[in-house]
Design a protein around this ligand. Structure first.
Ligand SMILES: [Zn+2]
Length: 429
């Protein structure tokens, strides 16, 4: 196989260097808990901190002569320091929980200004929306776990000096031996259910990975199509697509019925609750599907000794495509970012790197004769006689581009692509 001007580092990975490296791995876990009256008060207090941040930001900008709603505003260190001094510390929360809200406020500002600069999204909104409730976070030092014969397993969350602490019962199955790994706990209200979200941080020695390179084309028809240098594997997205169709259908049906009743009436609430229950179930199924796909994909990577996964850079994909209303709705719903985040997380645990490259021309270049031509159908056909699965061509070229030899002929003849498909459970069909 001709490799062209392949950078040496891509081919000769130094394995021992990878083995010695330790890394931090973050995992999240959810736990449903019984409702306590104080929960909504706590999350309302967190929302108050956020609101105060917004108000202070308005004042900061007004004092410095910026226009309305900080649309073109850049925040610097100075602003954070100023707000730190102004912030009212009397909220009924642990000081670190207050700090966490403030930190996430500035994080949103920073990502807003990045979006504004790069233009990743059209008209990004500054984070100045006031809400009634907000998730509350506790840091490690505010968390205590206790276990006693009489009261069972419990977690105690500190609410700040002089206030009574929050006492939450944990299920018998809760693994106390890993509790020292918990870095943060969040109190989350999710569609009528209270939950604790735990974040575990582990330091592990990163496992050795091979030095193979996998090119992945992420797309709407097929969530992932990948090429490892030998063969193409296609992940079929039909089931996920059918779930999205079902989601749209359910939403449309409910909004039709709901629009017929008086807002906030008994029937309105009943239907709204039922609607979100259905939608949540479908969302869970979609997430489950994505997990199965990415798990299978990473298993393949491990099996084939892959050290680097290359994905096409998808920022801006939603703006560039104008296939009409229907296709746009499809694209807007496709969870590209979620999929890439899942791949990245799972790859990290295996010591595999994930790189993204610009996708330009990867779907148009013929892998056999390097002629450039836009494919018009699902099948890529070149005048040299090469015909192959369209997204398969994309995956081959993404890998080639990463290796620095896009346009260098890769293959004479490709084996037909293999497929992986999730079947719909009978109840859904
Ligand atoms: Zn060709």
């Amino acid at each position: 196989m001709p490799q062209g001007n392949v950078p040496a580092s891509h081919l000769t990975g130094d394995k021992s260097a990878i083995c010695d490296k330790s890394m931090r791995l973050t995992r999240a876990k959810k736990l449903k808990i019984e409702r306590q009256d104080i929960f909504s008060e706590i999350n309302a207090a967190s929302a108050d901190v956020w609101r105060e941040c917004c108000d202070l930001m308005d004042r900061y900008q007004w004092q410095r002569g910026y226009g309305h709603a900080h649309m073109d505003f850049y925040i610097g260190e100075d602003c954070e320091g100023w707000m730190d001094k102004q912030l009212n510390k009397s909220q009924p929360l642990h000081s670190q929980s207050i700090q966490a809200v403030r930190a996430s406020y500035f994080k949103s500002w920073r990502s807003y200004s990045v979006l504004k600069k790069t233009g990743g999204i059209k008209n990004p909104k500054p984070p100045n929306k006031r809400k009634q409730y907000r998730t509350t976070q506790w840091k490690k030092s505010a968390i205590t776990f206790i276990e006693s014969g009489l009261f069972g397993k419990r977690v105690i969350l500190s609410m700040g000096r002089g206030r009574s602490r929050l006492d939450i019962k944990l299920p018998k199955s809760f693994d106390m031996s890993t509790s020292h790994l918990i870095a943060t706990i969040e109190l989350v209200y999710d569609y009528g259910q209270w939950e604790l979200h735990f974040t575990y941080v582990e330091t592990i020695v990163s496992p050795a990975s091979g030095n193979g390179i996998m090119g992945v084309d992420i797309g709407e028809v097929h969530p992932m199509v990948c090429f490892d240098g030998q063969g193409v594997l296609i992940f079929n997205g039909r089931y996920i697509r059918s779930l999205y169709r079902l989601r749209n259908k359910v939403l449309a049906e409910f909004s039709h019925t709901i629009s017929g009743c008086e807002r906030h009436s008994k029937r309105w609430w009943k239907l709204t609750r039922r609607k979100w229950k259905r939608i949540r179930r479908i969302d869970n199924q979609i997430r489950d599907c994505l997990h199965k796909h990415t798990r299978k994909f990473l298993d393949q990577c491990k099996l084939k000794g892959i050290g680097t996964i290359v994905v096409g850079d998808l920022t801006g994909i939603r703006d560039n495509i104008g296939y009409g209303k229907k296709a746009n709705q499809k694209l807007h719903q496709w969870p590209f970012a979620k999929l890439i985040a899942m791949i990245t997380d799972k790859a990290k645990a295996l010591g595999i790197k994930v790189k993204s490259i610009n996708e330009a021309y990867t779907s148009q270049t013929c892998p056999k004769c390097s002629n450039r031509k836009k494919p018009t159908h699902r099948e890529y056909k070149c005048k040299c006689g090469f015909a192959y699965h369209r997204d398969g061509v994309g995956a081959i070229n993404i890998r080639q581009k990463y290796l620095g030899c896009l346009g260098v002929p890769v293959v004479a003849d490709m084996a037909p692509p293999l497929g992986f498909r999730l079947e719909a459970p009978v109840a859904l069909a």
